[in-house]
Ligand binder design. Structure first.
Ligand code: CTP
Length: 400
């Protein structure tokens, strides 16, 4: 979700500043660019060198640094980011922000920015509970500034109570929520993708030719429309989509469990090519030749039908459930029967006969079937199918 986004990170002068090093790493892992700004007090707690090394960027510290002004003025710096995070937001920084004081680079940037601001307070419990800080907090929230934390717990000063800086994953979640926009911004959508591998023994398995390309493209297109996407994938060869919660599984049974754990969701797209059968009792040792030319016999058991299970949930069924129908003949008739049998809302039907080159290829030709319509789309790239499908999903689940 933070892929390609830019975060201006204002590091305040408090003991919790050390957590910013991890915050920078995690923000970058999520694909964000982090431009660090440190107050003078912050550099008493963490060194500009470590901040700069982790961010892979120059650290901005001084308002009247002529070089910086020549390269990039403070106004421009405050506007170049998609989001400004202040962490730790000390009582002093909060007070200055609430009063509109801009005496140094950090506070001037905070006054000049036209981007969303997220503050992460951290201070001694008495300072946090002080009426002045609480007044400032109210003022800042009234100004539209988002706040995450503080947490309750043991503090560096030995006291216990609210004042600990929020943990890094919580900060990332808050940042992601702010940056999410688009018609699906408040929606959670589950996507299954890829093949499943059903073990025969520790070294052998049954698989299928799905690359996961269509599922990845759908997840990516939904993220682009602002959705929070849980991406449950089998061992796919396609790259993982950026900005999703990725849950990797091997077998159909694991995929079923991961889907159940990821619910509730507003929508679910079942693009995975799930194995219908598994080997009933996979051997826990490698199956050896018996030396007499005897052949092993594999007995199969049926896998759970994930799409049908979720479609038929009495409680917590997603508002929109979409399945795929990979067929090699009488595509529309088979797919329409599948829609009814499984109980989903739409079926995306495609012809996966080898001559179409669709399975494992980069293009797809689909018909989107619902109870009362069949929408035939021309052959196009899997990315375009994904974008068109995400757009159709947004017509049902989107904000308008
Ligand atoms: N599916 C699923 N769980 C299964 C099998 C299939 O969730 N155990 C989902 C697929 O993700 C897809 C849809 O069901 O969205 C249809 O998959 P497909 O393989 O085309 O159909 P099958 O149910 O396997 O039916 P058939 O083998 O008769 O074609």
């Amino acid at each position: 979700m933070l892929h390609g986004r830019s975060v201006l990170l204002v590091i305040g002068g408090g003991i919790a500043a050390f957590k910013c090093l991890d915050l920078i790493r995690r923000l970058r892992e999520q694909g964000a660019r982090v431009v660090p700004v440190m107050t003078r007090a912050a550099s008493e707690f963490v060194t500009p060198l470590s901040v700069s090394a982790l961010a892979g960027e120059k650290v901005f510290q001084e308002l009247f640094d002529l070089d910086d002004e020549a390269e990039m003025g403070h106004i421009q710096l405050s506007r170049a980011a998609d989001l400004v995070i202040v962490a730790p937001a000390t009582a002093d920084l909060m007070a200055k922000m609430a009063q509109g004081i801009g005496g140094d680079l950090a506070t001037t940037l905070l006054l000049a920015t036209d981007k969303p601001v997220l503050i992460v307070p951290a201070m001694n419990v008495k300072m946090w509970e002080h009426p002045a800080t609480q007044r400032n907090l109210e003022t800042l929230q009234g100004d539209g500034i988002a706040v995450v934390g503080p947490d309750v717990g043991n503090m560096a000063c030995g006291e216990v109570g609210p004042g600990r800086m929020a943990e890094v994953p919580t900060i990332i979640e808050a940042a992601t929520d702010i940056l999410r926009n688009g018609p699906l911004a408040r929606r959670h959508i589950l996507v299954t993708s890829g093949p499943t591998h059903e073990p025969i023994d520790p070294v052998r398995y049954i698989a299928n030719r799905s690359s996961g390309a269509q599922g990845t493209a759908i997840a990516q297109a939904l993220v682009a429309l602002g959705a929070r996407v849980s991406f449950v994938t089998g061992p796919a060869s396609a790259p993982m989509p950026a900005g999703c919660d990725i849950i990797q599984v091997e077998t159909a049974a694991e995929m079923m469990a991961a889907v159940q754990a990821a619910l509730p969701a507003d929508g679910a797209v079942f693009a995975a090519a799930v194995a219908d059968w598994r080997v009933a009792s996979a051997s826990d040792r490698k199956i050896k030749k018996d030396g007499k030319g005897g052949l092993p016999v594999l007995e199969f058991a049926e896998n759970p039908d994930i799409l049908a299970t979720v479609s038929q949930l009495e409680k917590g069924r997603p508002e929109l459930v979409i399945g795929f129908a990979a067929e090699t003949d009488t595509v529309i008739a088979h797919a329409t029967a599948k829609l009814k049998r499984k109980g989903c809302d739409w079926i995306v039907a495609n012809d996966v006969s080898p001559e179409t080159g669709i399975m494992g290829g980069s293009e797809n030709a689909v018909t989107v079937i619902s109870a009362d319509a069949a929408d035939v789309w021309p052959r196009m790239s899997k990315d375009d199918v994904a974008r068109k499908l995400a757009g159709k999903i947004a017509e049902v689940l989107g904000d308008g």
